[in-house]
Each structure stands twice: as structure tokens, then as C-alpha cells.
Design a protein around this ligand. Sequence first.
Ligand code: ARG
Length: 475
Amino acid sequence: MSSKLWGGRFAKETDRRVEAFTSSLDRDARLWEVDVRVSQAHAGMLGRTGVLERAEADRLVEGLAQVAEDLREGRSRFEPRAEDVHSEIERLLTAKIGPLAGKLHTARSRNDQVATDTRLYLRGRIDLLQEDLHRIQAWLIEKSELNRRTVLPGLTHMQHAQPVSLAHHLMAYFWMFQRDRERLRDARKRVNRLPLGSAALAGTGFPVDRGMVARELGFEGVCENSLDAVSDRDFLVEFLSAASLTMAHLSRLAEELILWSAPEFGFVVLDDSVTTGSSIMPQKKNPDVAELIRGRTGRVYGQLVAALTMLKALPLAYNRDLQEDKTQLFESLDTVESCLQMMHLMLSTAEFRVGRMRAALAGDFSNATDLADHLVSRGVPFRQAHEVVGKIVAHCLRTGAALESLSAGELREFHADFGDDAPACLPHEAVMAARVSEGGTGPEAVGAQIEAARALLEAQRPPGDTPVHAARAPH
Ligand code: ARG
């Protein structure tokens, strides 16, 4: 007779290689804590609905608490060859309270159990990601507040386009992370529904109370259809999709830090504590953390595609393919979480070189639009003004003069309508400050932006209502 949960109908032991191939314990062991919580809620409900004797249910809940305590204290361990975390928790419970443990699995299946565990675990990790994102956003706001008048080249096509403030540049990332948080919050709603009570696929004949379990575990409601409940992993795809965009944003920011810390830019100096050296070139200080954030982005995209591919053409209801969801989820969760934490560390220790940013603007013609706008304000059609200023730029390129060094008289040699105040629009600070439109880089507009961001950040503090003990580290 087999030692499996399902050994009854088998005459032979499972091939060891098959055991190794099918086991998920190395990945799902980290679900043990939520698995225990889910089982406790299930057992409690079975007692209150009369499916089990009250005393039996109490004993199960108590025994599960002891199993959890033993695992937490390192007094018991999982068998490396075991099938999965669910069978291991049941084995440990049996060792603790004897055959009564066999009643825990009344009116449920591992199919609804694992879907419930995964959702509960993910919900807790989403809340932790909200905190990580919140921390970066708070830093971006603080840094922006101090740099509303710090100018640097704004680029398009990697060429100097128009000057922007450092605050404006940093706040662009605030809004990316804000959308990430909103997507996570939205995805969490669909994560937070209870599959348990669907049993293997068809529901159960026992008079279970699914709402009771949902309330106890903090789910917003129950999954409406048992077939869907055990085979749905949309919630996971939604999370992976949100996480992929977060990684895209982190990767873009990482890329800019890499560029900005190159000597040709020199806009930022990353701290020694977050950079690494070279085994051959003594002078080197490399932005490896930023590069790895950029490099690991592909892991999360890959897992998103893996999840979508796993679900494609999967017939109802549960199929073992779905076990792959743990790899997809956990690798992505760990990657996005560690990258967010590393990004915060890198940013909060970085030194921004505002002198270098300012110097990069000298003679760069990123004030040319404003010179054309000056003519426009004096009645010249924009197209004509564009042409005139283009000629002035070409002249400067020939002579080596900076646009901002030309006098009103010199400008009038190109067009009679330049006013005496024309040179006043050319300093880069003035160019930046002139962008007063809502959402623009002018200090007033950025001030309003920061204020709106601050209000959002205050209003959307991370919920933090789901303690996931030891959730971050695999057991
Ligand atoms: N380890 C399995 C998984 O993660 C648990 C569910 C197993 N169900 C089954 N019918 N074999 O999907």
C-alpha cells in the first residue's frame, strides 16, 4: 500500500523519478503558513455547521496551530521527497493528533485548497509591494520638492530638446509607480475571492458555509462557479501583468541611472555601497544593481507569457499544468519585490550633481523654441519664426556662439521683429520656468503636481491589513 494521500487504489509504489517530476514541494513549501490558516478556517466552519463535532473541529484547529508552531520554531521539517505542502501539513497534523487529522479534508479538495492558499498568499504580498512602491514614491516627492528649480536637459531621441527641472523628471516616475499601485489595488479585488468550498470541481454535498470561511480569511466574497474557481488563474495573470509594467518602469529608471552615472553625463554619483568594482580595472565603479534590475525585467515578462501559455486551451476544470503557477508567481514576486527595494536603496543613497546638469545645457540650443515663441508673441507666424531661428542656430554652429549669448541687435539681423527683451527669454532657467501649462515643467506647475501627488500618497497608504508572516522568504 502506498503512503500517498491517494494510495488506496494503487497496487504499486510511484516511481521515484515520477515523484521527483511531479512534486511541487520545493516551490509551494512557502505556502505553509497560509495553508494552515486556510485549514483552520475550514475546520472551524465544519464544526460550526455541524459537518464535524465541535470538539473535533477544535482539536483540528488546535493541532494545526501546534503544527505551525513546530514549523516556525524549526522543530519539524518537510520531507524533501513529499508531494506538496498540503500533503505535508496533513502528515504533520496526523503525527500530532492521530487519525482525527483525516477529517480535515472533509468537503474539500487540494484543487480548491491550493487556489485559496495562492490567493491568500498573493494578497499579502501585494500589500507588501504597495509598501515598497509607496516608499519609492515618498522619496521621489521629497527629492522633487528640493529640485523644482534644478535644470537639466530634457531629451527626445537622446538629443537635447528643452530644459526640464529635475523635479519634473523624477515626478514622471512617481506617476508611473502610481499607476502601478492602482493596477495592483484593482487586481487585488479579483485576487480576494474565495475558491474554497468548490471541492474538486463540482462543489460538495456537505452543508458548508463558504461565506463564513470567506469572512474569516478576509476575502471579499466567494467564487461563483466551482468549475471556474478551481481552474481560474486570471488573478495571477493580472498580477503578473501589473508586475511586468512595474518592472518596465524600474528598468527605465535603472537605465537612466546607468546613463546618468556614466562620465559623459555625470548627473548622478551612485553610492559606493550599491556599486561594484572590477577584478582587472582598478578604477572601475559599476552600476551593477541598476543593470540587474534592467536585466531581471525579462524574468517577469517571461513568467507572464508562461502563465498565459499555461492557461491557453486548458480544458475545465483542474489540470496539473496549473501547478506551474507557483513558479510563475513566486519568481515574479521575489524579483519585483527585491528590485523595488534595491531601487529605493540606490536612489536614497545617490548624489545628484546639479552643477553638471546645469553645465550640460550651456550652448545646447534647447532654448531655441523659446526664441521662436518670442517672435510668435510679436505676431510672426510660428512656421516663419521656426525658419528664422533655424537660421540663427546654423549661424551659431558656424561661429561657435551660444544662442543665449546673442544680443537683441544681433538677433534683429535675422528678423526685424525681435524685441529688446528677446535675450531675456533665453537663459535655460527662464525657458524651464516659462512652461506654465498644467502638467508642464515650470516650478508652479510642478508644485501643483507635487501637491496632488502628496494628497494621493496620503490617501492611499498601504492597507497593511494582511499580515503574511515570513511571506517574503521561502521556508
Ligand atoms: N500541488 C498541486 C498544485 O499546486 C496541488 C493540487 C493537486 N491536485 C491534484 N488533483 N493533483 O496544483
